[in-house]
Ligand binder design. Structure first.
Ligand SMILES: [Zn+2]
Length: 324
């Protein structure tokens, strides 16, 4: 019911403010502009420990850690992936608390922060890192004078919770399809846009773990935001499926409920690809007005714009090809 009411208001305002401004209007309507209240601590089962009263740590294997923020409204999970020479922190949460000290408690190796994308609940914001690596896309590189990237409002969306956009000092550019060498561990950078144009996933080539950011996680997937694109989402799903021989499990950046880190399998990506193909062909059922809600499977719902606003022309077509 809430969605119907919001949908009517959003569509009315979108018409009034102009279709081109709909994302800004909708984000303002859905946001409070202030940080949310913390939820009570959760029962996370036996293989997760509380680092303090806010962060949790779950060992996925001896050198891979899910760092959870289960009390934050969006229940973020970031991943510390440790090699023999350096470590990667994939996402940094909303910066509600300082995730850096959690990561540094788990390894003495130098840590490179890699955002899965530039939304405020992944970039850590006021937290600073010694090393930062981001996706190498022409439009992003062109903006980064002296490797300093000022995130813009529509790719950061921090106004939703009153968070100012950070400036990232970039040490390393990650070309789609390239490999990050962490010593004996290798992570392949998969360009998986759709949720946003700047979204990447990291694939651990030896364990087959895929860290997918907001591209896919159990729960509602947001494909109606300012730089979402349905054609990109389908291309991203194809890219992951091109690595089906390698992928053993998928860890996303949000979950709906406890316990533990949000885990999916390759079948979920396959179902997402099927759903996207059905939506494009006009064969998918949806509920709600704005966003339209497409059920993918028992774990996934895709939230998209109404059919007449869906964009199926991939924005990163050439990069999608580079990936494969
Ligand atoms: Zn996001």
């Amino acid at each position: 019911m809430k969605y119907v009411a919001v949908g009517i208001i959003c569509l009315g305002l979108a018409a009034w403010g102009g279709i081109a401004n709909r994302h800004a209007i909708i984000i303002d309507l859905l946001s409070t502009g202030a940080p949310p209240q913390l939820n009570p601590a959760t029962d996370e089962g036996t293989d997760t420990v509380w680092f303090d009263d806010y962060f949790t740590i779950q060992s996925l294997d001896a050198q891979t850690f899910a760092i959870g923020e289960p009390r934050y409204a969006q229940q973020n999970y970031s991943y510390l992936i440790v090699g023999s020479q350096r470590a990667v922190l994939f996402d940094a949460g909303p910066g509600f608390r300082n995730i850096r000290k959690v990561a540094e408690s788990l390894t003495e190796l130098p840590i490179t922060f890699v955002p899965s994308h530039f939304h405020y609940d992944h970039t850590g914001n006021e937290i600073t890192f010694d090393r930062v690596a981001v996706v190498d896309l022409p439009y992003i590189r062109a903006r980064a004078v002296d490797d300093r990237l000022i995130l813009n409002v529509s790719e950061h969306l921090g106004s939703a919770e009153g968070v100012a956009a950070p400036t990232l000092n970039i040490n390393e550019w990650l070309a789609p399809g390239s490999i990050m060498y962490l010593g004996e561990r290798q992570l392949q950078v998969l360009y998986t846009p759709g949720h946003t144009e700047d979204s990447i996933s990291l694939l651990d080539l030896s364990s087959g773990l895929l860290f997918s950011g907001d591209f896919i996680y159990p729960g509602p997937l947001y494909a109606f935001l300012s730089n979402s694109n349905m054609g990109d989402y389908l291309a991203g799903a194809e890219t992951v499926m091109n690595h089906e021989a390698t992928v053993t499990a998928i860890y996303g950046a949000h979950r709906v409920r406890p316990p533990g880190a949000p885990k999916l399998g390759l079948n979920d990506v396959k179902d997402l690809r099927t759903a996207l193909n059905n939506i494009r062909a006009g064969n998918a059922k949806a509920s709600g007005l704005y966003p339209r809600e497409y059920k993918v499977n028992e774990r996934l719902v895709l939230l998209a714009e109404p059919e007449f606003l869906q964009d199926w022309q991939p924005s990163g077509k050439e990069l999608n090809e580079l990936n494969n």
